[in-house]
Design a protein around this ligand. Sequence first.
Ligand SMILES: *Cc1c(COP(=O)(O)O)cnc(C)c1O
Length: 794
Amino acid sequence: MTYSLEEIASITGGILTGRNSRIEHIITDSRNPFDPTATLFVAIRGNNHNGHDYISNLYQEGVRAFLIDSEIDTSRYPEAGFVRCDNSIQALQKLASSHRNHFKGTLVAITGSNGKTVTKEWIAQLCPPGIKLFRSPRSYNSQIGVALSLLMIEGDEQLAIIEAGISEPGEMERLEAMIRPDIGIFTNLGDAHQEHFTSLEQKLSEKLILFRHARTILYNAGDQWVTDQIACTYADHKLCAVDPNHYDLSTLPYRDQASLENAAKAIALYDILGYNLKSILATLPSLQSVAMRMELKEGINGCKLINDSYNSDINSLAVSLDYLASVAGGQPKVLILSDIRQSGLPAEKLYGQVAALLHTKGIDTLIGIGEEISRHAGLFDCDKHFFRNTEAFLHGYNRVFFVNKSILLKGSRAFGFEKISHALEQRTHTTVLEVNLDNMIHNLNYYRSLLRPNVRIMIMDKASGYGTGTYEVASMLQHQGVSFLAVAFADEGVTLREAGITMPIVVLNADADSFEVMIDYHLEPEIYSFSSLEAFAQAARRHGETCYPIHIKLDTGMHRLGFMEPDIDGVIAALRNQQTLYIRTIFTHLAGSDEQQHDEFTRSQIARYTAMSDRLVAAFPNEHIIRHLCNTAGIERFSDAQFDMVRLGIGLYGVGFTHQEQLLPVSTLLSRIVQIKELQPGETVGYGRWGKITHPTRTATVPIGYADGLDRHLSRGAWSMLVNGKPAPIIGNICMDTCMLDITGIEAQEGDPVTIFGSEPGNTVTDMANVLGTIPYEIMTSISTRVKRVYTKE
Ligand SMILES: *Cc1c(COP(=O)(O)O)cnc(C)c1O
């Protein structure tokens, strides 16, 4: 893609001021532009951040072309050109649509509820040699993602595959106008994203808008209702109901129905395009499953390990490198990369592009694995090491090198990088707490949608992010435009700073012993008493600090920590006429915001807080003090008490009160069956012989016990875990490191996964809390640190 900025102005109907330049890349994400001087940055105003805020940074990094829709002072950027339009997203979409209209090959668009990415990737994997194919990267399927994908089409491809996803009515209209597919593929209809649609009919007819101008539509023959809807909507199109039984799929390595259907659609596409089916079917056995998610794990010696086995192509490599940068903090960045297969580019050109990408993304060390990448070693200018294959690496690598590094593993499936991942992982305990960062972002944005404009968010990250692990969550929140983090103790804050978190961090239980260290790490104390105020002021003076931010805690009825009403004058007197400290925020905590029976009390706390904080604010009129009171339940139930900021805790982690329905589950505690036994009546299971066998019983032993945080009161049938979707009650007493399940009648094998709690009704953290007569908070923060945390992200 090459345009002049002038052409872009004319296509988008925008007005160019400043310099014209040549554009080869278009970005909307301000992090690490690949080739800055030939990049156009499209500044988009979103809910969480405003792209216009990043223009000055990008200018410093060498970007010289911007598409904007807000007033900015362009005279500060004498060497840049600006295209000013009414709406940046619409302008970007106009440009994408115009670019698409020049594409002469066949454009295939895929939509549906599940399987879009797998179908897309399998079409690419089955692509016959000699055909140049483009596919949209990873899950770039939204309003912006589709536009960026279309703009990546170079123009000489025979096939371009674009994925389209929607979550609300009205969106497909705009996607269709850009994509204009020649051929449409509909994967299936499920209940994902149902919340914005009134019925399945409405959701289906919205999705089908994509195919309005397509000449051919492919879909599952198996779903009669969808088939009928498509037939009556598009009677005049060429319709192709795909039946997996129509093709010989016996060599496909995956036997589940969804895989059969996805593969059949990929084959049917080549069938109607007139390709030789025999050679395409011959590649079926080598089809690779598509790992959709990146996993972030703790590595050996303080390393972080991202395992991304999603197909290696240069576009998805760029996305993963951004993720690496976002988790690395201050750690050196290491990329372990295999040969890239199926790129359609000459090797020299491909690895040249990879080398340039690694350079701009600031990769410190490249470990190349494979003969082809090794041959092009000379192209890379970072620290570099090469190995012929994965086995050579496993024999030859130096463990001592992997200390405090952030490592991205990116390998084509054939290289078996899971062996490297295994070698570099810190622990191989089979019980893991899986934390879904995408769902966490969903929850954050949901609470954000409840806030008045300009109300900020402080995230309560205490007890290691309610058990989810601090650093990974903090780093994600820092990118999501959260204003403050709060931790319980100073050392939690120190750990975050050392890992590279730069946003403001408040320490809630700041005790005098930790003040020195807090100042060293620029952590901000909650001040709740005159003695803590005096001691902190002294420490700050000793360090020569001026204007050090503090957070005043008021006690309005919780009676835990905080200044009471009669203390206010004393606080004002102590902080007047001094330059060492300033009040950054004033807050209080509600004692019963989740329960209606306490609503009158909550109202009185709000009134007391308003009166007390008014006095402080009036006494320091120049300090722009931020006021905050609501916790999660407060945000849900007292929308008029948001003040300037709210403190979101448990809701972020997927547990709500009256708004539970709108949240997505974040944490899943998983283990595996390590042994299965068949027991006969008369035998017993476990300590104290409480598990009495009265009829022939199959048991499964699972390596999680009370030392992992599985409360022993869940013994003897009080709790059931899910084994292959079915509830399996705990039999007998829970041991320290293990427990046994009754899996009679459940189809299961050793090695099968077991869900201790997760998202299924009856099996959630809240259900477990109810069984134990406690609250979800206690369960979540009791999962022992020996249980490995694994972070997933699309
Ligand atoms: C823990 C905590 C919160 C968050 O409470 P949730 O109920 O988890 O939202 C808010 N404020 C203070 C002071 C807290 O200690």
